[in-house]
Design a protein around this ligand. Structure first.
Ligand code: NDP
Ligand code: MG
Length: 381
């Protein structure tokens, strides 16, 4: 039996993880965690019978506890609850699928407790990769990428030596505004940005995909997961999202992983690695696809991608500033309090004002996050 914790079980990755668990009789849910959606969490508890759950928001946690009186499940709240779900003794693998850098502490504690991690929560790796990667090596656990591009690269590297990698070719759909220029993006509304051409995902990552900040976060994520330099990571726009990413080796050979856009594949692969198993769903039909196109990303229109490379190369606390400013700005945009282009303007402004801290501790990272939030709030209240 594979014993699993799902952090962010009510989200897009979380619910698809539970679909995978439902289809695999040798997987068992030990713990579930969500932010506030207790209606869905309650249904999940009835179906998967976890021993412990966490609702981050106290009030909703209390309400859920009331609803579940008499049941054999412990309901916890807050960061302590999240950490308890990630580190419960029976858990073997933690699916890190909360959104945002709130995932840092539970992931770090899970690794310290010897758990493997199926990693979707890229913001955590972007901001704390320099802490997480050495820790996972020290503890001997596995970090299995769930993000489709990184799962693709991971598959391309099967049986290869990391030293032979020349380049990571990170594919990008280009999002709903591919081909547009900056002045055409001035009036973009929340509804426009929430329409992703190929993938159905949570709201924050969908906005991030439209600004290409998501690809920027993925560049930094790839640097940590595959131990390459930023100059070795090339973003290639591939609008159909058929190729999930590629690796070029030192002899010029390029390996790619292709598939339909279905996150259950990388989720199941991470949970079963190194095994492959049956997975129901559509298959690629190359006669139907006909052709696959490639483009260079437009770094002037999608300046978030250029800023990510800049933040990544500077290192230290700068990726945290990049990420925290984006998290806050996207939340403000979703609340219709700022305009679309202000998202990346805000990231640039926060990065410019920041005095970079080399090799920041976990406490430094969390302090920088709060500083950036305060800075943006002060401007927009
Ligand atoms: P969603 O917004 O759909 O889900 C987020 C999940 O996190 C929900 O279960 C939410 O609970 C929970 N959550 C939010 N805040 C907290 C908190 N403070 N404590 C505990 N749980 C919390 O996001 P996605 O599933 O789309 O994305 C999750 C992560 O995976 C992100 O980092 C994203 O970048 C990454 N990812 C997602 C992909 C996708 O296809 N969706 C693809 C690749 C990466 P509640 O419902 O109660 O708010
Ligand atoms: Mg991705």
């Amino acid at each position: 039996m594979k014993q699993i914790a799902v952090l962010g079980s009510t989200g897009s990755i979380g619910t698809q993880t539970l679909e995978v668990v439902r289809a695999n009789k040798d997987m068992q849910v030990v713990s579930l965690a969500a932010g506030s959606n207790i209606d869905l969490l309650e249904q999940q508890i009835q179906e998967f019978h976890p021993e412990v759950v966490c609702v981050y928001q106290e009030k909703q946690a209390k309400e859920l506890e009331k609803r579940l009186a008499g049941e054999r499940v412990t309901v916890l709240a807050g960061m302590d609850g999240l950490i308890a779900c990630a580190t419960a003794s029976q858990v073997q693998i933690v699916v890190a699928a909360v959104v945002g850098m709130i995932g840092i502490r539970p992931v770090v504690e899970a690794i310290k407790a010897g758990k493997d991690i199926a990693f979707a929560n890229k913001e955590t790796l972007v901001t704390a990769g320099h802490i997480i990667m050495p820790l996972i090596r020290q503890k001997g656990g596995k970090l299995l990428p769930v993000d489709s591009e990184h799962a693709a690269i991971f598959q391309c590297l099967n049986g290869e030596s990391d030293r032979e990698v020349a380049k990571i070719l990170l594919t990008a759909s280009g999002g709903p505004f591919r081909g547009k220029k900056r002045n055409e993006l001035e009036c973009i509304q929340v509804e426009d940005a929430l329409k992703h051409p190929n993938w159905a995902m949570g709201r924050k990552i969908t906005i991030d995909s439209s600004t290409m900040v998501n690809k920027g976060l993925e560049v930094i994520e790839a640097k940590w997961l595959f131990d390459v330099e930023f100059d070795q990571i090339q973003v290639v726009v591939q609008p159909q999202s058929v190729i999930h990413s590629m690796v070029e080796f030192r002899d010029g050979a390029v390996m790619a992983q292709l598939g339909t856009p279905d996150m259950k594949l990388p989720i199941q692969y991470a949970l079963c690695y190194p095994q492959r198993r049956d997975l129901a769903g559509e298959r690629l039909d190359f006669w139907e696809i006909g052709s696959i196109e490639f483009e260079r990303p437009d770094l002037e229109t999608f300046r978030g991608l250029a800023l990510a490379y800049e933040a990544g190369k500077m290192g230290g606390s700068m990726p945290t500033v990049f990420n925290a400013a984006n998290e806050k700005a996207v939340a403000l945009f979703l609340d219709r309090r700022i305009r679309y282009l202000e998202i990346t303007d805000m990231i640039a402004e926060c990065m410019q004002k920041h005095h970079n801290i080399a090799d920041p501790s976990l406490e430094d990272i969390l302090a920088v996050e709060q500083d950036v939030y305060r800075q943006i709030e002060a401007k927009y209240h």
